[in-house]
Design a protein around this ligand. Sequence first.
Ligand code: HEM
Length: 222
Amino acid sequence: MTALSHDLGTARRPVALSHRLREGTRPEHEQAETSGFVEHLMSGQLDVAAYADLAAQQWAVYRALEDASAAIRSDAQGATLVFDELTRTPEIEKDLTFLVGANWAERITVHPATERYVARLHEVGGSLPAYAAHAYTRYLGDLSGGQIVKRMLERHYGLSQDGLAFYTFTEIPKSKPFKDVYRGRLDALELSPDELDATVAEAQHAFRLNSAMFADLGAVHC
Ligand code: HEM
């Protein structure tokens, strides 16, 4: 407590991790959201094949992320961030079966930026700060902007439930209260100041990995 805050009778409270993550990734979020591929996809200028390619990249990313979820569950603090109702890999597999065909695994291409994203998840996903950063970046995004993406895919490409299982959280009927619980779990983590800084830095990195993935997709489809 500083002399001033003591005089004012107010202890200086540390800023909550969820708040730091939101504020600390604002520019990176804007960059990801306005990438050419995302804007073209959202405005109906691409085709179902472009969306299927995005789903293929997401399959590779979520497989690595959810391998990390399974491992971090054995840590008492890590377990507080793992929710079965968020698991996306099986949902993406359903989408790819519909979009690409039963033999999707032989037909998809994982692009170089996606390979780098997956490598990063394998490299750091076992550490709690890094896991928190990557899980936050994807899952809170899927529950937020992901729902807008879903509506645009329905509107522009004639998709409905088939092909959009990834964006459909059947066990999370209302995303707002769920996101509040998730932010509460982030804020309850017992992390040192250095670990908190590392979490925000890794989330910024996670956003940049997503932007690089969109750049690869843009080079193919835009
Ligand atoms: C079409 C592109 C996107 C749109 C339209 C979009 C839109 C939004 C909106 C409106 C919110 C605020 C929701 C709320 O206040 O609860 C949000 C939050 C979020 N988005 Fe996005 N987003 C997009 C892409 C992305 C991408 C590519 C990522 C990362 C991979 C991402 C990650 C996040 C995260 C982590 C949050 C939660 C922020 C927080 O409350 O801490 N978004 N997005």
